[in-house]
Design a protein around this ligand. Structure first.
Ligand code: NI
Length: 172
């Protein structure tokens, strides 16, 4: 168990396309556990491996809301195999864009096929926050970010803020 450091924009690592995982071994399972610890500590509802600097197609999510018990999901090589016909807006954040929230339009329902931590093929039929989190995290595996889903004007504003945040951190 460990809390990993989260890479923030505009780091170019976030633009990398992640590689499929070939074998789900102890190292991959440990990475997923550490990613969950990191996500809960942040706190956030999802995290992709590239956000902690590992270019592998691995995602963790937990869209459970208080007071429901935690419902962590570990996804290896996740793929969206079906999107619902209805799209809707939802305010999204991203642990790589601290304190930035933007409305993004996405399908409200998706089916995602993935391998679980025991290499079993599973299909998650997701709606609501889980559907949004899964689409957001799977985007990360292809180097696609929250800011790619908004207007150029808003994107420029956020990227300027991120660069400013970085300068302040470096100056500390
Ligand atoms: Ni994100």
């Amino acid at each position: 168990m460990a809390i990993l450091s989260i890479i923030t924009a505009p780091d170019s690592v976030l633009r990398q396309v992640s590689r499929p995982v070939v074998t789900i071994d102890a190292e991959v399972r440990k990475l997923m556990d550490d990613m969950l610890d990191t996500m809960y500590a942040a706190p956030g509802v999802g995290l992709s491996a590239i956000q902690v600097g590992v270019a592998k197609r691995i995602v963790v999510v937990d869209a459970a809301k208080d007071p429901d018990p935690p419902a962590p999901i570990r996804l290896v090589n996740p793929e969206i195999i079906w999107q619902g016909p209805v799209a809707g807006p939802h305010e999204e954040g991203c642990l790589s864009f601290p304190e930035q929230y933007e409305e993004v339009e996405r399908p409200t329902q998706v089916h995602v096929r993935y391998l679980d931590e025991n290499e079993e093929i599973r299909i998650a039929k997701a709606t609501g926050l889980l559907a949004i989190a899964l689409q957001h995290e799977i985007d990360h595996l292809d180097g696609v970010l929250l800011v790619d889903h908004i207007s150029k004007i808003k994107r420029n504003i956020i990227m300027r803020r991120m660069k400013k945040m970085r300068r302040l951190q470096t100056a500390e």
